[in-house]
Design a protein around this ligand. Sequence first.
Ligand code: SF4
Length: 397
Amino acid sequence: MSVPIAIVEKVTPGKACDADRSLTELLYHTEMASKVASHLPKKYMGLADEEYTARILAAKAKLGTKLVILGHHYQRDEIIRFADFRGDSLNLARNAAEHPEAEYIVFCGVHFMAESADILSGPHQKVILPNMSAGCSMADMAPTDDVLQCWDELQAIAGVQGQVTPVTYINSTAALKAFCGINEGAVCTSSNAKAILAWALKQRPKVLFFPDQHLGRNTAFAMGIPLDEMVVWDPVQPLGGNSEETLRKARILLWKGHCSVHKRFTVEQVREARAKHPGIKILVHPECTLEVVQEADYTGSTEYIVKTVRESAAGSQWAIGTEINLVNRLAKEHRDKLVFCLDPVICPCSTMYRIHPAYLAWVLEEMAEGRVVNQVAVPEQIAHWAKVALGRMLATV
Ligand code: SF4
């Protein structure tokens, strides 16, 4: 559905207003409408791997330059081998924008990534998510209506009203990126969170950071902001579980969300890796807890992890705290180094795993016949405001 621009423009940054109810409904319905899925036809179920491969390659060849397949680093090998580009969510969205000749962009990742690709790609391009149930559990922890409710509650507190800049991690819905665009906030990624948080604190004295509390906390802590100036906003409690006084004092308000993959890593795993492999380097993603990040040698985004291992010396040893498909691939591609996952129990991102070759074969064969299934299309006005928030990020870093 589309959001009438007049309604969006009526929203005063940092203030509750008459249009709030309409905005709530429009942003909320955008979130739901964009996830309408088609179901995998039975004829694609249970085929042999070779058959999926043959069908994917045939459809890919038929579509030629009309098609670009993007594969996120966390995708399984059976998918990543068909990708024209692999990378993290932002780089892949940029890849989409850099290939205007491609009419179809098949995003092998999760829903919010496909939305970002749709926002940044041209109007003639269609973005397809092979399986629409490939969401992100972290993004789902910040439903639009809960964030709008939080915003309303904050704006009703004297001393907090008008004092908060909203910042959303790129792992969030397009509707929340639009919310940040409307309310003079910005988007950040795990590689530029520090610069965006610094920018946000120059705009207003407080920041509401969502959906990942760990990225927010790790970043703010690394910037020298003490933990007692941070509070967690729990959306199921009045005032997020805080008092008005606490919220007046806090500088960083962290949404109570997390990544189920990165939250699994523990300090004990770090110590065990060090004990078993003296001299090993611990490299973790900033979605891990503060305790794990503090114990690690290096912390950085998915791209940073890939680059660090790639550029390290032969014979170096790495215990990595991130998604298992990426760690296993790094281990295979760098056999001259010791690379393993900090967590001895396999921990794939279960939603990324929903992109199975059966879905890829299905959407490509449909496309080759001129039919588009599982398109992710962000309504124009939502895309406009999300782009405003993304633009603030790009202008800052
Ligand atoms: S790894 Fe975590 S943040 Fe990334 S898509 Fe999976 S659940 Fe979401």
